[in-house]
Design a protein around this ligand. Structure first.
Ligand code: H2U
Ligand code: ZN
Length: 356
């Protein structure tokens, strides 16, 4: 028998077919690495220097309108551009390149410079969900676009250039690496077992409860069995649907609520404005139905043991495979134990955890 709490082992990610090494016996090892103090991160409601605040001008010269809810614009420094001409280069099987067309947008969550997902309430996150659904449908209707990737980079440690709460949407003509892996795995699972990978995974996790952080009627949040980042979570739709064009109005509220609750728990974990990269994986948008695809979101936060101690993907992880010390089960237990009431302070001002 394998003792998941004590023995080194590896776990398979069935969505990507990649393995992660888990070394639970190492959690007691002494730490002498990076410990830096983080500046308190209180932001003003409006920042005259911010290129995302209402009425301000952006780097490209455009001026933002005096927007009152969400605000979407074409990224002034887009990585992918519409109308990029087709073209390819191939020299033997060694020098291979293909042109890539697409579109990149930025979505400001609200006019408020200071209200992150953890500080907006669920009712104020609802317009963000509506905007994502609108954008997914609009981009999906473009025959040149094959996928729509909505993602948020939060915090300077994640390379986010601006604290004004916003996300990005990149969409393009060829399926990106993660989408290719997840599509192949979901398709293969459905062909072999006749059911949906994430529907089945959700049943397993909600029966065991060990890795469930919380759930509402429409979504469950778990620390996946195969998590790589210490406090990584997977947000899974309870009903089988594949893209935001299929979300019901009840599920929109459920998604807004789940995002609010998760972001609050994350902030409360190390009493900091918690950095992460998050994003949704939806079915490709080139026409077919993709019955194997199940809507889900990934949260990949870098923090390991405090507001300033992060996990680095270096060494063995760059050269061989990802590895973790704290188990997904204990990460889920920590996240489950946190309050869903925001501590509402800067660094270090938190009171004792309160439960809802
Ligand atoms: P981050 O969320 O990773 O910080 O990116 C912000 C995006 O905003 C980035 O992709 C864009 C950048 O290209 N941007 C504009 O479109 N206009 C600006 O005036 C500055 C930044
Ligand atoms: Zn701003």
């Amino acid at each position: 028998m394998l003792d998941l709490k004590k023995q080194p082992h590896r776990r398979l990610n069935p969505l990507t077919q990649e393995w992660v090494l888990v070394s639970p016996h190492r959690t007691e090892r002494p730490w002498q690495g990076q410990v830096e103090r983080q500046a308190a991160s209180q932001q003003p409601a409006y920042d005259p220097q911010c290129y995302l605040c209402p009425g301000n001008s952006r780097a490209g010269g455009a001026r933002n309108p005096a927007y009152a809810s969400t605000f979407v614009f074409d990224n002034d420094f887009a990585a992918l551009r519409p109308g990029t001409p087709a073209g390819e280069m191939r020299q033997d099987d060694l020098l291979v390149a293909e042109s890539e067309a697409g579109a990149c947008r930025v979505v400001c969550f609200s006019p408020r410079h200071d209200l992150t997902l953890a500080r907006l309430d669920a009712a104020s996150i609802l317009p963000v969900v509506d905007t994502w659904a609108e954008q997914y449908s609009a981009l999906a209707s473009d025959p040149a676009i094959r996928y729509v990737q909505i993602f948020e980079n939060r915090g300077e440690t994640m390379g986010c250039s601006n604290p004004h709460p916003h996300c990005q949407i990149w969409s393009g003509a060829s399926l990106p690496t993660e989408h290719v892996k997840e599509l192949a795995s979901q398709r293969d699972y459905r062909n072999r077992r006749g059911s949906c990978l994430l529907c089945d995974y959700l049943k397993t996790e909600t029966a065991l409860r060990e890795r469930v952080v919380f759930e509402n009627e429409s979504f469950a949040v778990v620390v996946p069995f195969w998590a790589v980042w210490p406090f990584e979570t997977l947000l899974i739709a309870k009903r089988h649907w594949s893209g935001l064009d299929q979300i019901t109005s009840h599920e929109r509220q459920g998604l807004a609520e789940a995002l609010s609750r998760l972001a609050i728990r994350y902030d409360n974990l190390f009493q900091t404005s918690f950095p992460y990269t998050m994003g949704f994986h939806q079915r490709p948008t080139d026409g077919p139905e993709y019955p194997e695809w199940h809507f889900h979101g990934h949260f990949y936060p870098p923090l390991l043991r405090s507001a300033s101690v992060r996990k680095f993907m270096v060494g063995y992880e760059m050269l061989a495979m990802p590895q973790r010390d704290i188990t997904p089960e204990s990460a889920a237990e920590s996240l489950r134990g946190l309050a869903e009431r925001h501590y509402l302070g800067g660094e270090g001002t938190a009171g004792p955890a309160e439960s809802r």
